[in-house]
Write a protein that binds this ligand. Structure first.
Ligand SMILES: Cc1ncc(COP(=O)(O)O)c(C=O)c1O
Length: 442
């Protein structure tokens, strides 16, 4: 079977080699797609054919180093042979999607793989297709269990997803412009490393909400590394008192790991931070190739609350399970695992970039395979320029956060030294060019 899959993949690779649009045709395709979507693309980027590792192949036959991966979709980079073979074999079994009514072996395999790392408290996994859907399911479970409590605590600058309700849990006014609001979201400041009283301040805000709405707060959403918010994280000592307070008050501790999943050194950031004793529900997505909510027995909902047609694509579930197995088998996890080592390798690259362009490279943040830095003080239009020039030169990165705005990287966990070297050479070039164009010191 593996051989048949390999033969198919070879044929697809050969075919894709011979298919490349001329620059003019490529530009027309981009414009056509933008018209169809009714929205511009962030980058003039159409994928086309077989990529390799961190390199994505575009429809014009060129390649770029992809350090954002569709905002975190490609944990092992592009066209990973083992994952493609897994996908092809799984896809050949039946039609593309599996529903919750007729789960197949891939459904079992990915659910079990997720629970293997979830610790003792989280006993169940419910699959879905997007991070937003997993979050909606988590929210429903929390609200049902804690009814009639209907208020939710969230961190300032957090992001939860794109449904109408999640847009309200997300602290970005532009993401909910024009939407009706329910007004039941309560904000707590996130960790601020420059404030020695940061933990006390957040705890005081939490206490004030609990005192103002006694018995009415259902849950608290913890995004342990803020993704959209700028790859900000906090030490364990910040989260523990907040989670303890939630538990004292029967407030559900819900960890959103849609972006952190498989990136922080363990499968879950709550394990990297040693918080497994506190978590009631966790949601995952992106690198998984689907999504899920994992939950403790106490949050198992009553019949009728969660369902939905799709559990996921069969090939995506098989690939998601295989990704977890690869992380386990090939030593990616743990304090000395390959993700932790990648973090140190990236750190060294940044240090050397900073030595050469000290005024262009500001503070760094992130953990494991999610890394960010503030270029030139973090003014959004300058950051966008750097990102655009980097794209032109062959590197794909993306913004995160506001004031300061950062450049973020969601690196493949198997990024090679050659890819890092090439990416940082381009980044340096982009920073230097923007400095020159705008007359900025670097
Ligand atoms: C922390 C977090 N939660 C939820 C989501 C929503 O996931 P999706 O876009 O798959 O619906 C995202 C996506 O960026 C995310 O980063």
């Amino acid at each position: 079977m593996k051989e048949a899959a390999a033969a198919l993949l070879d044929a697809v690779a050969r075919e894709s080699e011979s298919r490349a649009l001329e620059p003019e045709a490529y530009a027309k395709e981009v414009a056509r797609l933008e018209r169809v979507r009714g929205r511009p693309l962030f980058f003039p980027l159409l994928m086309g054919g077989v990529g390799r590792g961190a390199r994505v192949r575009l429809a014009d036959g060129t390649t770029k180093i992809d350090f954002i991966g569709g905002i975190g979709v490609y944990g092992f980079g592009h066209s990973d042979r083992d994952l493609l073979e897994t996908a092809v074999v799984a896809a050949a079994a039946d039609t593309a999607f599996q529903g919750h009514l007729a789960p197949g072996p891939e459904y079992q395999r990915v659910s079990k793989a997720l629970l293997r790392h979830a610790g003792k408290r989280l006993r169940h996994a419910w699959l879905s297709v997007s991070g937003a859907m997993a979050n909606e399911n988590a929210l429903k479970m929390i609200l049902q269990k804690r009814a009639p409590a209907d208020r939710m605590l969230v961190f300032e600058n957090g992001f939860a997803g794109r449904t109408t309700t999640l847009a309200e849990l997300t602290d970005r006014p532009a993401f909910r412009e024009g939407l009706p609001l329910r007004g039941n979201v309560l904000h707590v400041p996130f960790y601020d490393p420059s404030d020695l009283q940061s933990t006390e301040r957040s705890l005081a805000a939490l206490d004030a909400h609990l005192a103002r709405y006694p018995g009415q707060v259902a849950g608290m959403l913890f995004e342990l590394v803020q993704g959209e918010g700028g790859f900000k994280t906090a030490p364990r000592e910040f989260f523990v008192p907040l989670m303890e307070r939630c538990r004292e008050h029967g407030v559900a501790v819900w960890v959103d790991e849609v972006q952190t999943f498989a990136r922080t050194g363990e499968l879950y950031a709550f394990r990297t931070l040693g918080l497994e004793g506190y978590v009631d529900l966790v949601t995952v997505g992106k690198v998984l190739q689907g999504s899920a909510v994992l939950f403790s027995r106490a949050y198992n909902p009553r019949a009728g609350l969660i369902a939905g047609t799709y559990a996921g694509a069969t090939s995506a579930m098989a690939v998601g399970a295989r990704i977890i197995e690869r992380l386990e088998e090939d030593n990616y996890l743990g304090p000395e695992g390959r993700i932790a080592i990648l973090e140190r390798r990236v750190e060294r690259r940044f240090e050397s970039l900073e030595r050469r362009l000290p005024r262009a490279v500001g503070p760094r943040s992130g953990i494991g395979a999610m890394q960010a830095f503030v270029p030139f003080g973090g003014q959004a239009d300058v950051v966008k320029d750097v990102i655009d020039v980097a794209f032109e030169e062959g590197l794909i990165v993306f913004p995160a956060g506001r004031s300061p705005c950062k450049i973020r990287m969601l690196l493949p966990v198997n990024t090679t030294d050659e890819e890092l070297e090439a990416a940082f050479t381009i980044l340096e070039k982009a920073l230097a060019r923007v400095a020159e164009d705008r007359g900025l010191p670097c």
